[in-house]
Ligand binder design. Structure first.
Ligand code: NI
Length: 137
């Protein structure tokens, strides 16, 4: 079951999208439109380049944005890896019950990714991962 996870993106916390995307554009990445996600309370921009991992820049919208906690303790940093999964709800259950992950956020639609559902899970020796429901159901 776990080997069905497929890599989707690396999430990078940043203070502002504008400041942080400049470096990646120099690497040849193309930036998507910036989207505000009111559910997660974050501002999102995807960075894409052929043959390179997809990157997601996440900046706070306001003081309550969850990404502020990362920025306060670590500054700008990669902080989650997102995996795409077909059987989204089942996999969350398996990760919790059989692999000792804690669910950090309830499944919620991600408006920056066509309203597909995402959920964040954590385990101490793995760190933070994000699960993204596949669009081919
Ligand atoms: Ni993400």
């Amino acid at each position: 079951m776990l080997n069905e996870l497929s890599f989707h993106h690396i999430g990078i916390a940043c203070f502002t999208i504008e400041e942080s995307k400049a470096f990646y554009e120099q690497l040849g990445y193309k930036a998507s439109q910036v989207v505000d996600d009111p559910i997660q309370d974050i501002r999102i921009c995807f960075l894409e380049k052929q043959g390179m991992p997809l990157l997601e820049l996440l900046a706070p919208i306001d003081q309550a944005s969850p990404v502020n906690r990362i920025l306060e303790t670590q500054g700008v940093t990669p902080y989650h890896i997102c995996y795409e999964v077909n059987d989204f709800d089942t996999l969350i259950t398996i990760l919790r019950k059989e692999h000792k992950f804690v669910r950090v956020s309830k499944p919620a639609p991600a408006c920056a990714i066509n309203n597909r559902r995402v959920a964040f899970m954590f385990r101490k020796d793995v760190g933070l991962i994000e699960l993204l429901e596949s669009d081919a159901k």
